[in-house]
Every structure is written in C-alpha cells, then in structure tokens.
Write a protein that binds this ligand. Structure first.
Ligand SMILES: O=P(O)(O)OC[C@H]1O[C@H](OP(=O)(O)OP(=O)(O)O)[C@H](O)[C@@H]1O
Ligand SMILES: O=c1cc[nH]c(=O)[nH]1
Ligand SMILES: [Mg+2]
Length: 209
C-alpha cells in the first residue's frame, strides 16, 4: 500500500491557510504554491542517498557529503503543477523536468491528456510528479499510468491539498507510489471540487477566472 505522508509542519499549515483565502492575490497565491512545494520537497527528499567526498576547506582537508544515487526528474501536471516544479527547481536546480498536460472534463471529471514530453532517460531517474490538487485522483492516476507505460518505476506524488477520495483512489491504483500531501481536506463536492479547498488552483495561479 502507498505510504501517505501528510505534512504537519506549522510553516506549511500557515501558508496553506493563506492560499485558501478567496481574496489572496494571484501573485501571492503563485508564490505560495512554489514555497510550499519547496517545503514538501524537503520532506520528500529526506531519504536521498549520500556519498562521501574529499574536499578542502580553507583550513584543512575533510570528508563532505554529496547527493549520490539516481538523478531526479520533476513531472508537473499542467497547468497547475508548473509552479510547484519552479519551487522545487530552486532546491534541486539540476533536476530534469518532464511535462504532462491534463485537464478534467468538467462534466465527467475524467482526465483528458493533451501533452506529454519526458526526458529520454526518465526511466533511470527518481520521478516526482507534482500537482497542487488531488481531487478524484483521476489526473494523478492517468499521469502515473503514462509514466509507468514508459518503463518508469521510481515515482512519488507531491500535492498541496488532497481529498480523502483522491488519496484512496490513487493509493489503490498505484500502491507502490508514496504520496506527500500538504493537507487532507474533508470531502469532494458534487462538482468534484475539494471542500474546504482553495478553488481551482490553475485559475488562481494564472488569474484565468
Ligand atoms: O484529481 P482530479 O479530480 O483529477 O482533479 C485534480 C486536477 O484538477 C486540476 O487541474 P485542471 O483540470 O483544473 O487543469 P488546470 O491545471 O489546467 O487548471 C488539478 O490541478 C489537477 O490536475
Ligand atoms: O478543488 C479542486 C479540484 C480539482 N482541481 C482544482 O483545482 N481544485
Ligand atoms: Mg484548473
């Protein structure tokens, strides 16, 4: 079964609270998406492997640590995932980035894929799929299906807000994927929106509504 890690860090909870407020500006909302993504990434990278490296400080030689093992690839689900990727790139500037374009059909809530571009060596990397919202789980499940069809095995999913329904669906469809979540909300409404949630993340990031 998936490991589900819900962030209890006060900074994350505080910042998510600001994002929920309907009058938070587009700019502030966008900045918060990338800041919170950075904080969640800090937790999601806790088990990265380290190797020893001989270095020279201004005073003497010593053994320092450097990140070793598989390289990372961030895969934002467009549109809303893009600003999470930007935040994570501040921490891991050498990560490669793949993109999966996906939108929900407003009536059926089924995901519709419209774009997919991944690095050639994606199957040799640890993949972080990022999307602020996990609602029904349909978009995340479809995106991860796509990655697995490319032979990719090491995948984590990072989101800011999840509905319990989405967490259950994703962990059932992909029990091998660990899920990192900023906050788990109460439920979905009849239109597939998360309650209390923050509205449509893509529209709030880009000011399209
Ligand atoms: O779990 P689900 O029920 O699939 O819903 C979550 C999806 O909905 C939102 O994207 P949206 O379709 O609004 O596209 P956008 O990012 O272009 O706004 C969100 O960013 C997720 O991708
Ligand atoms: O509450 C929701 C559900 C899906 N997508 C969003 O952006 N928000
Ligand atoms: Mg949207």
């Amino acid at each position: 079964m998936s490991k589900v890690i819900v962030m209890d860090h006060p900074l994350i909870q505080h910042k998510i609270g600001i994002m929920r407020v309907k009058d938070t500006s587009t700019k502030e909302f966008r900045d918060l998406v990338s800041e919170i993504a950075m904080l969640i990434c800090y937790e999601a990278t806790r088990d990265l492997h380290l190797a020893d490296k001989l270095i020279e400080t201004p005073l003497e030689k010593t053994i320092a640590k450097e990140i070793a093992g598989k390289k990372l690839c961030i895969v934002p689900i467009l549109r809303a995932g893009l600003h999470m990727a930007d935040g994570i790139l501040n921490l891991i500037p050498n990560a490669k980035v793949g993109h999966i374009g996906m939108y929900r059909n407003e009536e059926t809530l089924e995901p519709v894929e419209y774009f997919c571009k991944l690095p050639k060596d994606a199957d040799e990397r640890d993949i972080f799929v990022v999307d602020p919202m996990l609602a029904t789980g349909g978009s995340a499940i479809a995106a991860i299906n796509r990655l697995k069809a490319r032979g990719i095995k090491s995948i984590r999913f990072l989101c800011l807000i999840a509905a319990p329904e989405g967490v259950e669906a994703l962990s059932k469809a992909h029990p091998d994927i660990d899920i990192y979540i900023g906050a788990v909300d109460r439920q979905l409404n009849e239109n597939g929106y998360i309650l209390p949630g923050l509205g449509d993340a893509g529209d709030r990031i880009y000011g399209t509504k």
